[in-house]
Ligand binder design. Sequence first.
Ligand code: HEM
Length: 322
Amino acid sequence: MKTFSLLATCILFAAVAAPARAQLSVTFYNSTCPSGVSKVGEVVRSWITSDRTLAPSLLRLHFHDCFVRGCDASVLLDVANGEKSAFGNANSLRGFEVIDDVKAKVEALCPGVMSCADILSLAARDAMVEFGAAGLNWTVPLGRRDGVVSSAAEANSNLPPPFATFQQLVTSFSNKGFTTREMVVLSGSHTVGATRCSTIQGRLYNFSSTAPTDPALDANFAASLKTQCQFGDTTTKILMDQSTPVDIWNKNYYANVINGKVMFQSDDALKRVAAGKTFVQIMRAANSPFTPEFAAAMTKLSQVGVLTGTSGQIRTNCRAVV
Ligand code: HEM
């Protein structure tokens, strides 16, 4: 009996200590919900067809989920002081209704089988593919389970802020298992999507006692941003990559970093240290490996800290624990 319980403890320990990444599989739902994965894609595509701005939002939602307690759909929970109310998330994250709709339709097919965490991970990928991101696609291994805890305090301490320094970004991403190069590559997601004017008010109008506008911004670019985001405007949203009028997937972000035409100090920070600037230049080059490296980094991001096996649960409604 004693040997048995020691053995059981060892097995349990091994299961907990083993990297959760190894336990996910693209075929996870093949027998339990064979049409589930394609249903996610079908529903997501219909949402993106009617509003393509939801694609970058779903990509960001997935990132914000994974950096807090791993990719466990904790960001989706409607609870007091949950992740949704964190600084970087409140009035900013979008796409929850897409996930609700997908979940309802997948539940109708296979009740209680597909996790919200897997749905969010698939939705981010399917949305970006439908967005029309040239050459962008990535593998999403499945089998994540849903967490039962969502904390604003944890989100505040795990999500890098837009005023993060280079070293803070390196530390934040390395805490989740990413190299500096991967951090620079994932930051390239800011080639799509929008920011609220409220997020850049400080850089435009109230930067420091000596310089009201951040001198790191190209002067013409700053002037253009000020016409789009007037002093005190907290509601307008503007494209983060202003180099093209239509939001498309490209490597322009890295030229923007070099040219002082990025929205956040955290974007600008990538060129302020040689270790970052080297990667910015590699991603900016004509033969840029940005898109394939971004895809690989997304597959890795989608497996950060996942719950598998009998950990966590499968929610029936992504906003509430069962
Ligand atoms: C490197 C550290 C990062 C910081 C400091 C950061 C910060 C921000 C901020 C402040 C916004 C604008 C929010 C608003 O004004 O409402 C934003 C938007 C966005 N971020 Fe990041 N981010 C980072 C990394 C990432 C990563 C790794 C991804 C995805 C893999 C990502 C994807 C996006 C997208 C797609 C948007 C636009 C969202 C939309 O259009 O709804 N970001 N980010």
